[in-house]
Design a protein around this ligand. Structure first.
Ligand code: PLP
Length: 387
C-alpha cells in the first residue's frame, strides 16, 4: 500500500492511503484519510478531563462557524441529524406555543412527524418540493394566525432546493417568532451567522459538509434563545437540549456515552474546515456542480429544481424517458469505478440525485460525468449532442 504523509492534529504522520470511494450520495459524505485516521487513537474514558477539553474545543469551534464570538452555544448529542432535529422540536417549543412547519420535502415532513409524536400545537405549510417557497405567503400566515414558532429546512436535500431561510427567519426575529432551522445539509458549506440570519436554533451533523464521520448531531443556539428553554417542559430524556447543555457546562461531560471516535474525527474535520475556509469549500463544491450541470445539459437531461433556487450541493436530475434506463445499471456502473450515486426521493418526479459535498475534487466529478455520458449514450440519451 502507498505510504502517504497526513497532517493529523497538526503533526505529520506516515500512513497507507485508504481505498478511495467517492460518495455522490447526500451524506454521509466523502472524508479525507486524515479524518478517517483521526479515529484511531488511544482508548480514553470520556469522563476524563482530556476528553472534556476535546468536546469543549469542538463546541467552541462549531459555534464560531455559526456566529460571532460569544453569540452561539453548540450542544452535542450522540446521534444523527434527525436526532438534532428532534432535540429542537421537542425542547424549543414551550407549552402554549403555536408552531408553523414548512414542508417542501422529506425533511420538512419529518419535522411534522416529530411534532405530531410530541403532540405539539402545530400546523404544516405545504409547498412544492421544487418551486421556490412563497416567502410572502408564509410571512402573512405567520402574522395572521399568531404563530410563535416557525420551523423550516434551509437546504431540502430531497431535491436540492434552497429555502430563503435568512429572509424568513429575520422576519420572524423582528416579530418575536422563534426560528428553528434544519441546516443539516447547509451548514459548513453555506456561510451562516445566526444573529444576522435570525436563526434561534439550528441543527446539523458531523457527516455532511463538515466532512466528519457519522455519529454526532449538534444543535446551535443563540444564547438568549437557549436560556429560555431552561423553563420549558422536559418531553424526553436523552434528547433534551437544556439538560444536555446544563450538564456539560457543569461537568464538561455529556450525560451519556458520547461517540468518542467520531468526536476525534470531528475535531480533525473542523481543523480541515478551518484550513480550507467555508467560503472556499462552497466554491469547491460549486466547481464540481458546474462540471456536473454542464454534462447534464450536454446530454439533454433536465433538472427538477430551477437553477436560481438550487443549493448547488445536490442535484435532482429527471430520469431519461428511454425504457432502457435503469437506475440500478447506472448505479452499478458508477459503483464499479468508485462512485456511489443515489436514487431520487419524493416530490412526485422520477429523479436520480448527484450530491457534490464532502472531500471531492473537480477532477473526480469530471471522471464521474464521463461515466454518466457513457451510460446515457448507451441507452440513446443525448444522441445528436456533440460527442
Ligand atoms: C436536511 C436534512 N435534514 C435531516 C437529515 C437527517 O439526517 P440523518 O439521516 O443523519 O438522521 C438529512 C439527511 O440527509 C438532511 O439532509
Amino acid at each position: 500500500m502507498i505510504q502517504d504523509t497526513f497532517i493529523i492534529e497538526e503533526k505529520p504522520v506516515k500512513l497507507p492511503t485508504v481505498r478511495r470511494e467517492v460518495l455522490l450520495n447526500p451524506g454521509p459524505a466523502t472524508t479525507t484519510d486524515s479524518v478517517k485516521y483521526a479515529q484511531v487513537c488511544p482508548d480514553i474514558c470520556p469522563r476524563e478531563k482530556e476528553f472534556g477539553d476535546v468536546m469543549e474545543w469542538i463546541c467552541g469551534e462549531l459555534s464560531l462557524m455559526a456566529g460571532k464570538p460569544g453569540r452561539v452555544e453548540t450542544v452535542l448529542f450522540g446521534g444523527s441529524g434527525t436526532a438534532a432535529d428532534e432535540v429542537m422540536i421537542s425542547s424549543c417549543v414551550p407549552d402554549g406555543a403555536k408552531l408553523l412547519i414548512i414542508d417542501n420535502g422529506a425533511y420538512g415532513e419529518r419535522f411534522a412527524k416529530i411534532a405530531a409524536v410530541y403532540k405539539l400545537n402545530f400546523e404544516v405549510y405545504k409547498s412544492s418540493g421544487f418551486a421556490p417557497l412563497d416567502c410572502e405567503a408564509v410571512k402573512a400566515k405567520l402574522l395572521a394566525e399568531g404563530f410563535t414558532h416557525c420551523a423550516l429546512v434551509y437546504h431540502e436535500t430531497t431535491t436540492g432546493l434552497l429555502n430563503p431561510a435568512p429572509e424568513l427567519c429575520r422576519f420572524c426575529h423582528e416579530r418575536g417568532i422563534t426560528a428553528i432551522v434544519d441546516a443539516v445539509s447547509a451548514f459548513a458549506a453555506i456561510p451562516i451567522d445566526m444573529d444576522e440570519d435570525g436563526f434561534d436554533f439550528m441543527a446539523s451533523t458531523s457527516n455532511k459538509n463538515i466532512q466528519g464521520m457519522a455519529g454526532v448531531g449538534f444543535v446551535f443556539c443563540r444564547k438568549e434563545a437557549l436560556e429560555k428553554t431552561a423553563a420549558y417542559p422536559m418531553r424526553n430524556y436523552y434528547l433534551n437540549l437544556w439538560d444536555q447543555y446544563a450538564h456539560f457546562m457543569k461537568t464538561r461531560q455529556t450525560r451519556f456515552t458520547p461517540p468518542v471516535q467520531s468526536l476525534y474525527a470531528l475535531r480533525q474535520a473542523i481543523i480541515e474546515t478551518k484550513s480550507e475556509g467555508i467560503e472556499n469549500r462552497y466554491a469547491r463544491y460549486v466547481s464540481c456542480w458546474d462540471i456536473l450541470v454542464k454534462a447534464v445539459k450536454k446530454l439533454g437531461l433536465s433538472m427538477l429544481v430551477p437553477e436560481a433556487v438550487q443549493s448547488k450541493l445536490i442535484t435532482a436530475i429527471i430520469e431519461p424517458a428511454s425504457p432502457d434506463y435503469s437506475f440500478e445499471a447506472l448505479h452499478d456502473l458508477a459503483r464499479a469505478k468508485g462512485f456511489t450515486i443515489y436514487p431520487g426521493k419524493l416530490s412526485g418526479a422520477n429523479t436520480f440525485r448527484i450530491a457534490n459535498i464532502g472531500d471531492i475534487r473537480p477532477n473526480e466529478m469530471a471522471a464521474f460525468t464521463t461515466l454518466l455520458e457513457e451510460y446515457m449514450r448507451s441507452i440513446g440519451q443525448g444522441k445528436g449532442a456533440a460527442e
